[in-house]
Ligand binder design. Structure first.
Ligand SMILES: CC(C)(C)CCc1c(C(=O)O)[nH]c(=O)[nH]c1=O
Length: 312
C-alpha cells in the first residue's frame, strides 16, 4: 500500500513524522529521525535565544498508557542552531525538513523568519501559534485578532508555502473564526492540528502531589486521551479549508489512529507521546500497521480514503 503524500508542495515517501518538540531538539536526535522509517522530520520550536526551559520533572507519561503531560518551557538551541542545521541539510535525500518557529514576540518571529527567508532554503517553515502572547493574554492561537495580525505580517515575509501549528479548539464558532482567518492567506498552505490540550493537571494519589514541577503541575496533555479532540480539529479544518491541507497530530499510538486521522482529512500524521516513549523504531511498526489496515480494507493509497469519514 502506498503511504506517500504531499504537504505544502513537497513530497513525503510516507505520511509519518515526529510532532515538533519530540526527538528533535539536537542534531543527533534529528539524525536518528533521518535514519528512521519516518517520512519527514520537524525541529523543536525555536526561539531567538537559546533556552534551558523549565525545571524537571517537566514531561511524564501518564499511568495506563492514556497519554502524557508536559510543561517543557520551550527548551531549544536558539534559532541560529536550526538555521545552520537547515543550511547543511541534504535536501537530495527523500525526507523534507520542516522548521518550527515559536518566537516569544511577533518581533522575534519576524527576525527569525527574515533570517530563514534570506537563506532561501528548501525547508518548510511552521509557526507555532501556541507560542506565548502578551502576559495576561491567552496564547496566540486563542487570540483571533492577534493571530490575524501575526499572519498579516508573517505571510508576506515568508512568501513561500508555510504552515502554522494550532492549539485544539472546542467550540464550533472558534473553528469558523479561525478558518476565516486562515483562508485569508494564500501561502498559508497547511495547519497542523493539534498542539497539546492546554493546562491539564496530573496528580499522584499516594503522594497527593502534582506530577510535574513547573506551573504548579499544569501542563499540556498529549497521547491517546486527546485522540477524539484531535480528530475533530483535523476534520473541522479539513471541511473549512478547501484549498489547504491539515497535518494531524494527537493520540496516534498505532496504525489504527493514523488511519482515523487520514479518514478525518489529514495529509500527514505526526506522533509525539508515543515517539517519546518508544523511540524512532516506532515508525516502522506504525507504517506496517497502517498498511495492514489499508490492505484489509482494499485501499491502495492514502489518497483513496483521505477525508472520507462518513456521517450517519
Ligand atoms: C507551550 C509553549 C512553551 C508556549 C510552546 C512550546 C510547547 C511546549 C513546551 O515547550 O512546553 N509543549 C507543548 O506541548 N507544546 C508547545 O507548543
Amino acid at each position: 500500500a502506498d503511504l506517500s503524500t504531499t504537504v505544502a508542495g513537497v513530497h513525503l515517501d510516507n505520511v509519518f513524522f515526529n510532532a515538533s518538540g519530540v526527538w528533535c531538539q539536537h542534531e543527533e536526535e534529528l539524525k536518528a529521525l533521518l535514519e528512521s522509517g519516518s517520512g519527514s522530520l520537524i525541529t523543536k520550536s525555536a526561539t531567538f535565544e537559546h533556552r534551558e526551559g523549565n525545571p524537571s520533572p517537566r514531561y511524564l507519561p501518564l499511568p495506563g498508557g492514556v497519554g502524557s503531560i508536559n510543561s517543557m518551557g520551550l527548551p531549544n538551541e536558539g534559532y541560529e542552531y536550526y538555521l545552520n542545521y537547515a543550511k547543511q541539510f541534504d535536501y537530495t535525500q527523500a525526507k523534507p525538513l520542516f522548521i518550527s518557529l515559536s518566537g516569544l514576540s511577533l518581533a522575534d518571529n519576524v527576525k527569525m523568519v527574515t533570517a530563514f527567508v534570506e537563506a532561501d532554503l528548501p525547508c518548510i517553515l511552521e509557526v507555532n501559534f501556541s507560542c506565548p502572547n502578551v502576559p495576561g493574554k491567552p496564547q496566540l492561537g486563542y487570540d483571533i485578532d492577534a493571530m490575524d495580525a501575526a499572519l498579516a505580517t508573517l505571510a508576506p515575509l515568508i512568501k513561500k508555502p508555510f504552515g502554522i501549528k494550532l492549539p485544539p479548539y472546542f467550540d464550533i464558532a472558534h473553528f469558523d473564526q479561525v478558518a476565516a482567518v486562515v483562508n485569508k492567506y494564500d501561502n498559508l498552505a497547511y495547519v497542523t492540528c493539534i498542539n497539546s490540550v492546554g493546562n491539564g493537571l496530573a496528580i499522584d494519589l499516594d503522594t497527593e502531589t502534582a506530577l510535574i514541577k513547573p506551573k504548579d503541575g499544569f501542563g499540556g496533555l498529549g497521547g491517546l486521551m486527546v485522540l477524539q479532540t484531535a480528530l475533530a480539529n483535523v476534520n473541522a479544518f479539513y471541511r473549512r479549508l478547501p484549498n489547504k491541507q491539515v497535518i494531524g497530530v494527537g493520540g496516534v499510538v498505532s496504525g489504527k489512529e493514523a488511519f482515523l486521522h487520514i479518514l478525518a482529512g489529514a495529509s500527514a500524521v505526526q506522533i509525539g507521546t508515543q515517539l517519546k516513549e518508544e523511540g524512532p523504531a516506532m515508525f516502522d511498526r506504525i507504517k506496517k500497521e497502517l498498511q495492514e489496515i489499508m490492505e484489509k480494507k482494499g485501499y491502495k493509497s492514502v489518497n483513496d480514503f483521505r477525508g472520507k469519514v462518513k456521517t450517519l
